[in-house]
Design a binder for this molecule. Structure first.
Ligand code: G
Ligand code: G
Ligand code: MN
Ligand code: NA
Length: 258
């Protein structure tokens, strides 16, 4: 549990001079036009002794305690500040931020996002939150209250890892969602497994019928990209285009991509 202690320390105000905690950004591409429509922010922790901490372990550790709130606060602050920097440089990107179950149990996150957006003069349409269906299992009423509040502020919500949870259809009907992200396990299997391909195609169709944007994550090769293109998927994200990268590298990547 010393990892938790280290995390608590590094998240204290002004304690991360070395920039141990950083956000990497992965581009999202509109399949029809090839345009970059946004980025997903993904947490990275370069631990001074352990090296790069596995992000899933980082989240698992943080989620066990109140540290998750500090971590999410840090992520939101960094992303909004980064959006303002990009905007000043003429890059009007949209960034998606992953949130955990607990982040949605109070309205605090909505207040914090609204405050930061106002402080940096960033429009709410520039930030989007990604939540998993697991968040809804724990305390559906409180989560619904929070995401309704975010929706009113103008912050869109995506349902992440879609297809891996329970009562997926109900969530799609009940929630003010803007986007569905097909879980990468299905996308990764598309080329080799007809069932995976069928699942992805039906999620694309369902999302379309419900007026939701659909993003396929985990696109690693051109054949998958083509299958998604032919299935009418709107947005793709994955190593085929780019791995998650530091903000500085993204600017270079974009310049070369265009
Ligand atoms: O980035 P991959 O890069 O390995 O991310 C691993 C897992 O960690 C994913 O499930 C992703 O959603 C989650 N994750 C990444 N960044 C964040 C974050 O800022 N907050 C939360 N809650 N989860 C994150
Ligand atoms: O759970 P969530 O969807 O938020 O997490 C996104 C995760 O997917 C991150 O860990 C990110 O590094 C990873 N990822 C992004 N693109 C690809 C890809 O093309 N292939 C694989 N295997 N993982 C990817
Ligand atoms: Mn995500
Ligand atoms: Na996902």
């Amino acid at each position: 549990l010393s990892l938790l202690a280290d995390l608590r320390r590094v998240l204290e105000t002004g304690a991360d001079d070395a920039g141990e905690i950083a956000l990497y950004y992965q581009p999202q591409i509109a399949i029809a036009t090839g345009e970059v429509v946004g980025v997903e922010a993904l947490l990275r922790w370069r631990h001074p002794r352990r090296g790069m901490v596995d992000p899933e372990e980082l989240i698992r550790v943080a989620e066990q305690s109140a540290v998750m709130r500090l971590l999410t606060r840090r992520v939101v602050d960094d992303v909004v500040e980064q959006l303002a920097k990009w905007s000043a440089a003429g890059l009007d990107l949209r960034a998606a931020v992953n949130v955990s179950v607990r982040d949605l149990h109070t309205g605090e996150i909505a207040d914090q996002i609204a405050e930061r957006l106002a402080q940096y003069g960033v429009p709410p349409s520039r930030i989007q939150l990604e939540m998993t269906e697991g968040a809804l299992m724990a305390d559906p009423r409180r989560v619904l209250a929070t995401i309704s509040r975010l929706d009113r502020i103008g912050v869109a919500i995506a349902l992440d890892d879609f297809g891996t949870g329970y009562s997926s259809m109900q969530h799609l009907r009940r929630l003010p969602l803007a986007e569905v992200k097909v879980d990468r396990s299905f996308v990764l299997g598309m080329v080799a497994d007809a069932d995976d391909a069928a699942i992805v195609r039906s999620v694309i169709e369902l999302a379309g019928a419900l007026g939701l944007r659909v993003v396929a994550e985990g696109v690693e090769d051109e054949r998958t990209w083509r299958l998604l293109h032919d299935a009418g998927c709107e947005v793709a994200q994955g190593w085929f285009f780019a791995r998650p990268m530091p903000a500085e590298d993204l600017v270079t990547w974009l310049a070369r991509y265009r």
